[in-house]
Design a protein around this ligand. Structure first.
Ligand SMILES: [Zn+2]
Length: 103
């Protein structure tokens, strides 16, 4: 089961951005990577194109490996590993710290 989903809050636990928290903007399941708001910022030099008229430097997030983030549990608010549980016949994620379940 996918442990991190779009819209989750996660904490970065490894790499340059260790300790940062942010919202998951996108998940790339086939690459085991996630795009997290405000982390792994790369600077790109934008050249003028037909759609972008203003050249300049743009900064944007780039995806980081899933193993470098931990879900921040929406229930207890701490970074946690995610387990799974079946609630009313539906598979849910489960906080390994507090035991809360969520979609
Ligand atoms: Zn929890």
């Amino acid at each position: 089961m996918q442990s991190v989903k779009k819209g989750d809050r996660v904490k970065v636990i490894a790499g340059e951005d260790r300790g940062k928290m942010g919202k998951v903007l996108r998940v790339y399941p086939e690459r085991d990577r996630v795009l997290v708001e405000g982390t792994n910022i790369v600077t790109k030099h934008q050249r003028p194109t037909q759609t972008v008229r203003e050249p300049g430097i743009i900064q944007r997030e780039s995806p980081i490996h899933m193993s470098n983030v931990r879900l921040v549990c929406p229930d207890c608010g701490v970074p946690t590993r995610v387990g799974s549980a079946v609630v009313d016949g539906a598979k849910q994620r489960k906080c390994r710290k507090g035991g809360a379940t969520f979609a």
